[in-house]
Design a protein around this ligand. Sequence first.
Ligand SMILES: NC(=O)c1ccc[n+]([C@@H]2O[C@H](COP(=O)([O-])OP(=O)(O)OC[C@H]3O[C@@H](n4cnc5c(N)ncnc54)[C@H](O)[C@@H]3O)[C@@H](O)[C@H]2O)c1
Length: 319
Amino acid sequence: MVKIALVGTGWQGQGHLATLKELENVHLVGVCDLNEEMLQKATSKFGIKGFNNYVNMLEETKPEGVIICTPPEIRENLVREAAERGIHCFIEKPPARNIDSAKKVVSILEKTGVINSVGFMYRYSPAVEYTKQIIQGKRIALVRSAMLDGLALRPNWPRWFFDKERSGGPVFDQAIHIFDLCRYLLGEVDRVTGYQDNLVVPKADDFTVEDSLTLSMKYKNGILQNHLHSWSYPDVFTQIELYSDELNLTLDLVKGRVSGQVDGEVVFFESNEDPLYRLELEAFIKAISENNPKLILSSYKDSILSLSFAIKAMEALEN
Ligand SMILES: NC(=O)c1ccc[n+]([C@@H]2O[C@H](COP(=O)([O-])OP(=O)(O)OC[C@H]3O[C@@H](n4cnc5c(N)ncnc54)[C@H](O)[C@@H]3O)[C@@H](O)[C@H]2O)c1
C-alpha cells in the first residue's frame, strides 16, 4: 500500500480522490483545504481525515506521496514542505505561475531527489502513444489543433479561472495541455503569434479573460501550426491534425481515437481506455512503489518548457 495525501479538494482534487479511492494499492491518509465546505465534502464523501494546514497534515500522516491540486500560485512552499520530508510530489498543471517560481521548484526537487510528476494527462493516452509511434521518422509539415470547451458558460465553475491575474486565462490554464502534447509529439516551438477576443462572454469585473483565441506557431524543426481555443463553446472538442506529403492524421483526444493515412495506408486506432486521470495517477503510484521515476511521462523539469511555451503565447496575444 502506498500512503497518499492530497492538498486542494476543489474540482480537480475531488476527481483525483474518487480515482485514488478505486486504486487497490493506495491508502489515502489525509486531505487538506483552507475552504471548510470543500474539506467537509471530501472528508465525509471519502472517509479521510481532514486538515486545514498542509504542514500539519504532512507531519501527522507521513504520506509517501502528495497530490497537489491547489491553484498554480500555491506550489513552491507546498512542494518544499513535502520534498524536504522525502514525500514524492504529483503536481497539477500549470506547473507554476511564472518561470522564476518554477525554477525554484525544480531546484527543490533536484536537491531532494523525490519522484515528481505534472498533471499533463494526455501524455498517458494510448491514442497519443499510438500517434507517437506511427509518426516516428515521418515528415510532418502542418498542424491544425483546436480545444473548445464551455468553462465560461458553466455557472458553477470556480471563478478564479476567469481572473486573468490568477489563472492566466485559456492559454495559461488550458491551451498549455496542447502545447505540452505538441512538444511531446513534434518538438520545441520557436515563434508564436496570435489574436484573442471576447466573442461570446464579455469582459466584466469577475471575468477579465478573453474567451476565444487563435495562435500561429513555427517550431524549431520548421513545422507550422494553427491552434484555435475557446472557453465559450457549449461542448468539448479537442483534436490535433497532422499533415504532410507522407501522412494525414486526426488525433481526437476526447474519443481517444486516431484516424487517417500514413504512406497511403489507412490507419485507425481507438481504445476503450481508462480515464486519463487514472492512468497518470497509476503511473505516479507505481513509480513510488517501484522507486522508478522513468514511469513518469511528464517530469516537473520538462514541464517548464511547456510553461515557457504558454508564456510565449500569452505575450504574443497581449502584444
Ligand atoms: N489536468 C486537468 O485537466 C485539470 C482540470 C481542472 C483543474 N486542473 C488544475 O488543478 C488545479 C486546481 O484546480 P480546480 O479546478 O480544482 O480549482 P478549485 O478552485 O476547484 O480547487 C482548488 C482548491 O485549492 C484550495 N486551496 C487553495 N490554497 C490552499 C492552501 N494553501 N492549502 C490548502 N488548500 C488550498 C482551495 O480552497 C480550493 O478548494 C489548478 O492548477 C488547475 O489548473 C487541472
